[in-house]
Design a protein around this ligand. Structure first.
Ligand code: SF4
Ligand code: SF4
Length: 132
């Protein structure tokens, strides 16, 4: 198993420093890999990252919801979406995303679609060289 970051991630980066095996990396290029990704081969499932995420974007692989119900106002960030987001990350740095959609209260989203990109990023994407 592994832990999975979903498209609720807005690149806050708060989870990165708590990971004891340094397996959380930002998606690069951002337009193609909009959120942060966990290397599934390195993650030791310690769970330390989950409470660090202010957006509650991290789940164990088997708990990623297929029917995430929006509170309303939160964003998902996926390739193909065209909404605009500006915010500030954990370190006070600006975050700008143009691959977002703001969710309406009660809107249901299948977040299990976000599982495979966490594997793809490291198996065939730019993350392949990001982790030694
Ligand atoms: S803390 Fe949450 S929003 Fe920030 S990078 Fe990690 S998963 Fe993404
Ligand atoms: S569960 Fe632990 S090892 Fe896995 S990404 Fe989170 S902090 Fe890192």
């Amino acid at each position: 198993m592994t832990h999975i970051i979903t498209s609720l991630c807005l690149r806050d980066s708060g989870c990165v420093d708590v990971c004891p095996v340094e397996c959380i990396v930002p998606g690069i290029p951002q337009e193609e890999w909009p959120w942060f990704y966990i290397d599934p081969d390195t993650c030791i499932d310690c769970g330390a990252c989950i409470p660090e995420c202010p957006l509650e974007a991290i789940f164990t692989e088997d708990e990623v919801p297929s029917d995430y119900t929006a509170v309303g106002g939160e964003y998902i960030s996926r390739v193909g979406l065209s909404g605009h987001y500006e915010g500030t990350n954990h370190h006070g740095e600006a975050v700008v995303l143009d691959t977002v959609k703001q969710l309406e209260a009660g809107e249901v989203v299948d977040l299990t679609e976000d599982i495979q990109p966490n594997f793809d990023y490291f198996e065939s994407g730019p993350g392949y060289s990001a982790i030694d």
